[in-house]
Design a protein around this ligand. Structure first.
Ligand code: NDP
Length: 278
């Protein structure tokens, strides 16, 4: 059996096109601020992609490149200015932040209705309460990709590998909202394969190149690979794509799966933030 490849790039393009049309019709330009601290090469690439797409969609996009050794108070002041800035409907502070900065403090300083990434405690709390407002973009991306297969989620066994606040946990909560039976695995999970082999829907977000091999996947499963790992100059996911595609029913590639969808969801969140302000 060979799986159907879920073309995240193509699905993302159609969502981006809809966002472009919405932006065109709006009476003001959707405003997104992107804050990058330091020179992390991966972060620079992600921020560059987000900025490029925001501009292509006709958004008002402001990028802040801040020094690696910026003081926490200075960064807080910038976030506060953006909170007050009428032209800015939403902002992202690209993670990770340098050691001298308390990430939770900075994220917590973003006004919840301007929280494009959906990382504030208020937005995560809303998700726990099934009262979704601005959702973490990657978790939304995973759900859109799963839904694109047309396979019913209700009653299925879903396994999420990874429990970060920005990917694993929110994805698990969204799967739960869709009435899947959800298991969350992490680095202390014993016999990972026993769990993954039971998954009708498997979302992998652990940052370990090719951790999930063919023998760990249930035949016919939907496999969503969030991982981005650099191995000998090449980007690979957390799933051994070439072999797992022989058993999975549907699978996302890396690159070209979750990555482009995350950007599409982030920009859609910006439009939602604009509506929330109204
Ligand atoms: P984190 O490092 O914050 O979390 C990784 C999670 O994986 C942790 O919960 C950890 O467990 C778990 N884990 C690590 N090793 C194992 C293992 N051997 N078995 C089972 N679980 C394990 O990462 P993120 O959630 O931020 O990101 C995960 C991956 O997704 C990364 O590769 C990242 O680059 C990528 N990513 C991709 C995005 C995209 O747009 N495509 C967006 C965001 C992230 P524990 O909690 O016990 O430490």
């Amino acid at each position: 059996m060979t799986s159907k490849i879920i073309d995240g790039k193509k699905i993302a393009e159609s969502i981006l096109e809809k966002s472009k049309q919405k932006a065109k019709k709006a009476d003001e330009k959707p405003g997104l601020a992107i804050v990058l601290v330091g020179n992390n090469p991966a972060s620079e690439i992600y921020v560059g992609l987000k900025e490029k797409k925001a501009n292509e969609l006709g958004f008002h996009c402001e990028r802040f490149n801040l020094a690696e050794d910026i003081k926490q108070d200075e960064l807080l002041n910038i976030v506060d200015d953006l909170n007050q800035n009428e032209k800015i409907h939403a902002m992202i502070v690209q993670l990770p932040l340098p050691k001298q900065i308390d990430e939770q403090l900075i994220i917590g300083a973003i006004l919840p209705h301007k929280d494009a990434d959906g990382f504030t405690s208020v937005n995560l709390g809303n998700l726990v309460n099934d009262n979704n407002k601005l959702l973490p973009a990657t978790a939304r991306a995973c759900m859109e990709l799963i839904k694109s297969t047309g396979v019913e989620i209700k009653g299925k066994n879903a396994v999420v590998v990874g429990r970060s606040n920005i990917v694993g946990k929110p994805t698990a909560l969204l799967l739960l909202q869709e009435n899947a039976t959800v298991t969350i695995c992490h680095s202390k999970t014993k016999n990972l394969a026993e769990h993954t082999k039971n998954a009708d829907i498997l979302v992998v977000a652990c940052g370990k190149a090719k951790l999930i091999t063919k023998d760990m996947v249930k035949p016919g499963a939907i496999v969503i690979d969030v991982g981005i790992n650099r191995v000998m100059g090449k980007i690979v996911g957390d799933v051994d794509f070439d072999n797992v595609k022989e058993v999975a029913g549907h699978i996302t590639p890396v690159p070209g799966g979750v990555g482009p969808m995350t950007i599409a969801m982030l920009l859609d969140n910006t439009l939602q933030a604009m509506e929330l302000r109204r």
